[in-house]
Write a protein of this length. Structure first.
Length: 534
């Protein structure tokens, strides 16, 4: 009996010991698994923080850059705007914020240091040009500011804009990758939880409780990471909204096109159903003059012939008008032959920028009073016309026109009346020539006309007569009747000269011959003839 009890005690001890060892092994194994999952979650959070910092800094820099550019366009393109200290301080603060943003980007963004270095160099160039333009505007050298903006500022801004777009796209792609990885890791964790529960319930309720509690904590951290990623995406959408940027996702195989609400907002779409849902529907909205070029740019990128898709084009809005946009995208998935399967990107409204560029060009190349080409544009077109005449073996004529007795109009009726007369003179000259010819205002009451594709010098004489007769008719402006005439000098390419400056000088000298001959007539440079029109 005593031996039986001893054996029972031994068996009980052995069973308890075995169960203890099993429980200890299971608990140790469960803690090892939980510890590994905790480290995995910590790595996910650590990997997320860097792109989040970069993403936020890039977006803030992109918004500040847009604001800075809009301020500069407003200063340059607004006639008569006074640059006060508040505006100067605002520009300085934007510059300061922009540099702080890029300082953060350079310290955190490890994807492509070449892009951040390029942005840093371009930012310095942009700041120098901005300071030069402000100085020119303060000293009332607005024309030079316009030229500086056109020749330097716009190009540097576009390069900055393009590099910024690449960083934003890269950061967005990195964030999307993190979301996918986080979801995959979360799925693996959930599967592991069910496996542990199935084993732990059979062995020990205590180990199961410990595992469940630890897993719950891990899942809570996972939800926090997902929430942070969601908040980051919302901040990105808000920043893109402020910069008037919409995102798109194109499936090349099916032609399905997903556009966000901001993209629809650019074109004034009210409902989601109004937006194009396929590639072919989007193509029909692109302006016919831009369509072939844009489609080729996209096709080249799909075929792998270009690193990215980037195109400026006009697109039909809900209002019935066309708006200028810039599309920028990149293939995120390709098949084994290198052909794109999916392309994602952004579209930004640049209508105001295009209008500002057009205004700057017009101010720099046209006469503000008459709307005719100014001296700079005249010489550009003359050079092109001479090159064309050389290729075609044709003649070209210059008519240097000076108004007779125009000073008397200003002295008698005032400069407002004189300006109105000059505007009417410009209109009569437009009516007297063909569309392919150019008439420019190069001085107070001096005009130059380029006649292309003429058979002989007599063709120029016919036009000169027509202009003299047109300008001889009385001008009735501001309830005043004004009478003027015109003296015209004619030089012919290549008979008189093949050099631009010499050709202009010859026409000018011929005009003075017409003045000496009694005004209201025309004279040729090489064969002086009195062509009076009574």
């Amino acid at each position: 009996m005593i031996q039986q009890k001893a054996d029972q005690q031994k068996i009980s001890f052995l069973v308890i010991t075995e169960l203890g060892l099993i429980l200890f092994a299971m608990i140790g194994f469960s803690f090892a698994v939980v510890y590994s999952m905790a480290n995995l979650q910590a790595n996910i959070q650590s990997a997320y923080l860097h792109p989040t910092v970069v993403n936020n800094a890039v977006l803030e820099a992109y918004t500040n850059l847009s604001h800075l550019h809009n301020h500069m366009l407003q200063i340059v393109s607004s006639k008569g705007l006074n640059l006060d200290d508040d505006m100067d301080d605002a520009l300085f603060d934007l510059d300061k914020n922009l540099r702080n943003n890029f300082k953060t980007i350079k310290s955190e963004f490890t994807g492509d240091t070449e892009k951040t270095q390029k942005v840093d160099r371009l930012l310095n160039d942009w700041t120098n040009i901005r300071l030069q333009m402000i100085d020119l505007i303060r000293h009332d050298h607005r024309d030079q500011a316009f030229k500086l903006a056109t020749n330097g500022g716009i190009q540097i801004y576009r390069q900055l804009e393009g590099t910024m777009g690449q960083i934003v796209s890269s950061s967005q792609k990195h964030t999307d990758t993190l979301i996918v990885e986080a979801n995959e890791n979360s799925a693996r964790i959930i599967h592991l939880v069910w496996w542990l529960l199935g084993g732990f319930i059979l062995t020990s309720i205590i180990s199961g409780v410990l595992v469940i509690r630890k897993i719950s904590s891990i899942l809570a951290h996972s939800r926090q990471a997902d929430q942070k990623l969601y908040e980051s995406e919302e901040r990105m959408k808000l920043a893109l909204s402020g910069a008037e940027v919409g995102t798109w996702d194109l499936d090349i195989i099916t032609g399905k096109l997903d556009l966000d609400s901001q993209w629809g907002g650019i074109l004034n779409y009210i409902s989601e159903d109004e937006k194009p849902s396929t590639y072919s529907e989007w193509v029909l909205l692109v302006h016919a003059s831009d369509r072939d070029r844009v489609l080729k740019t996209m096709q080249d990128h799909v075929e792998g012939l270009s690193f990215e898709y980037k195109a400026e084009y006009r697109i039909h809005a809900r209002t019935g008008k066309y708006r200028w946009v810039i599309g920028h995208g990149k293939a995120v998935q390709r098949d084994q032959n290198g052909k794109a399967l999916r392309v994602v990107g952004i579209t930004r409204d640049i209508t105001l920028q295009k209008e500002a560029e057009k205004t700057i060009w017009k101010l720099a190349h046209t006469d503000s009073l008459t709307g005719l080409p100014n001296r700079a544009l005249f010489y550009d077109r003359l050079g092109q016309s001479i090159a064309q005449s050389k290729r075609q073996g044709k003649k070209l004529a210059l008519l240097f026109i000076d108004l007779d007795d125009f000073k008397l109009v200003n002295d008698k009726f005032g400069h407002d009346t004189g300006d109105a007369v000059l505007q009417e003179v410009a209109e009569r000259m437009r009516q007297a020539i063909r569309n392919e010819n150019t008439v420019a205002r190069t001085g107070g009451d001096e005009f130059i006309l380029i006649l292309t594709d003429i058979e002989s010098a007599e063709n120029a004489a016919v036009v000169a007569k027509k202009i003299i007769l047109s300008l001889s008719d009385p001008f009735v402006v501001h309830e005043h009747t004004c009478q003027i005439g015109s003296s015209i000098g004619i030089s012919v390419f290549p008979d008189d000269s093949e050099e631009i400056e010499k050709l202009v000088t010859d026409a000018d000298n011929a005009m003075y011959k017409a003045k000496v001959a009694g005004k209201n007539n025309y004279q040729f440079f090489t064969t002086p003839r009195d062509r009076s029109v009574n």
